[in-house]
Design a protein around this ligand. Structure first.
Ligand SMILES: Cc1cc2nc3c(=O)[nH]c(=O)nc-3n(C[C@H](O)[C@H](O)[C@H](O)COP(=O)(O)OP(=O)(O)OC[C@H]3O[C@@H](n4cnc5c(N)ncnc54)[C@H](O)[C@@H]3O)c2cc1C
Length: 415
């Protein structure tokens, strides 16, 4: 039995790190643990005047996490854009017979998810944490060294400070410092692609639809924003992406217009562009004694299905539940056998999803001779109600597997 109040250290105040922190600090063991978040950079502020360039297509499962934390209404009140349809096609004609069309009405859901800004998610979570007596966020606290001991973990910060905890949760992103410092092996591939992200205005409305065209160089997604514009995520071979990132606004818009096949009419303006190199990585192990990797620190996926953050939030929910169960049972929360329960529950699902997105990426990278086969496949899926339903439930994070893993401590404490 542990006698002192355990401190859970969390490296990284991205959405995943803040979500684990909020779950632990408000959960059923909130009076029996403390949470300390360490973040290297200032937290971005949400601005009502301009939609942030980093937006996520959040699934229903992610929405449920935010509802559970009592911040979803705040997110909706600030700005969130529901998408009710997904339309996927290859080739020059967006509405050809082989285009895939998913409608939330077909599965009796009001929408398929929401497009939400990164800085909004982080602002509402940080504000929720600020009001809690058992949680702290240290800003400007870049973690520089980690020492794992038999009874605890010590971290050293760039600002000279040191902190001790029972466990360290690494939510410090795809280039995780914790993973590097502890020499935790990572498998991965670079897609040799870069995603260009920007917001574009168009003459036709987006119709609350997430549009995605598969092009030979990579997919172009157009996600509906609350102000009528669309967020573009355009994956391209890196050299081509670099050329387009450096192109003039007019030249870029002309290329984007051709790539979008006029599905939104004419694209009339575009914001600044930002590039993200794309890779798929997976840590061989999610945990060692006293340390667990979560979110992008554990795995990254191709953005073609818009699921990286959603997977990270499922990790966050699972890890928080595992730690709470351990604390409730008087176990040492940093014990490897405790942290392995999280790895056992999440790694298989994450590997499956990563393989599925990777497979989809490869399928659409096959040369032109494969296009008729893909067209046949897409046409077949479009005609199969149950298969479409399954795909939509998977994208919503409501498949049977995900549901079983969304085990809120809140629900348990009320049982
Ligand atoms: C182009 C693109 C589009 C995407 N679209 C979607 C989408 O539509 N839906 C979706 O679900 N996912 C999407 N994703 C995936 C999503 O962006 C990531 O999965 C998600 O941001 C990971 O969140 P995180 O909190 O794990 O990591 P991050 O957001 O990277 O946060 C890590 C935090 O750790 C901090 N940090 C780093 N090092 C240290 C240190 N040494 N000490 C302290 N702090 C540190 C960083 O400053 C940062 O705040 C997309 C990704 C890309 C590239």
């Amino acid at each position: 039995m542990q006698r002192t109040t355990p401190t859970i250290l969390i490296a990284g105040a991205g959405t995943v790190g803040l979500a684990v922190a909020a779950l632990l600090a408000t959960g059923r063991c909130a009076d029996r643990l403390r949470v300390q978040v360490l973040e290297a950079r200032p937290l971005p502020r949400w601005q009502a005047e301009e939609i942030h360039l980093r937006v996520y297509a959040l699934s229903r499962a992610s929405q449920q996490l935010f509802e559970h934390l009592d911040v979803w209404q705040k997110i909706l009140a600030a700005r969130a854009s529901p998408y009710r349809r997904m339309h996927v096609w290859e080739g020059a004609a967006p509405f050809a017979a082989n285009a895939l069309d998913f409608d939330s009405a077909d599965i009796g859901e009001p929408d398929l998810g929401h497009i939400v800004e990164d800085n909004l998610l982080r602002s509402v979570l940080a504000a929720a944490l600020a009001s809690l007596p058992n949680a702290q966020i240290g800003i400007g606290a870049a973690l520089e060294a980690v020492e794992v001991g038999a009874r605890g973990v010590t971290v050293r910060l760039a600002n000279g400070g040191t902190l001790e905890g029972t466990a360290l949760l690494a939510a410090d992103g795809s280039d995780s410092a914790v993973r590097r410092l502890l020499d935790l092996p990572l498998r991965g591939v670079s897609y040799a692609q870069t995603a260009i992200v920007a917001h574009a205005a168009s003459t036709l409305p987006h119709r609350q639809t997430a549009w995605q065209r598969f092009l030979p160089g990579g997919p172009l997604a157009l996600l509906p924003l609350a102000d009528g514009r669309s967020s573009i995520v355009w994956s391209l071979p890196t050299a081509e992406a670099e050329r387009l990132l450096a192109a003039s606004g007019t030249d870029f818009l002309a290329s984007l217009q051709a790539a979008s096949a006029g599905v939104l009419g004419e694209l009339t303006s575009c914001t600044q562009r930002v590039g993200f190199p794309l890779q798929a990585t997976h840590a061989l192990h999610y945990c060692v004694p006293r340390v667990a990797l979560v979110g992008d620190a554990a795995h990254t996926v191709h953005p073609l299905a818009g699921q990286g953050m959603n997977l990270g939030l499922l990790d966050a929910a699972c890890l928080a539940a595992v730690i709470e169960d351990a604390v409730a049972a008087g176990e040492d929360a940093g014990d490897l056998k405790v942290l392995r329960r999280y790895e056992r529950q999440r790694k298989g699902d994450n590997l499956k999803m990563q393989a599925a997105f990777d497979g989809l990426h490869r399928l659409f990278q096959l040369p032109t001779w494969a296009a008729p086969v893909r067209a046949l496949g897409m046409r077949a899926v479009n005609g199969m109600g149950p298969v479409k339903r399954l795909l939509m439930e998977q994208a919503l994070g409501l498949s049977a597997g995900s549901k079983n893993r969304l085990r809120w401590s809140h629900a348990e404490s009320q049982a």
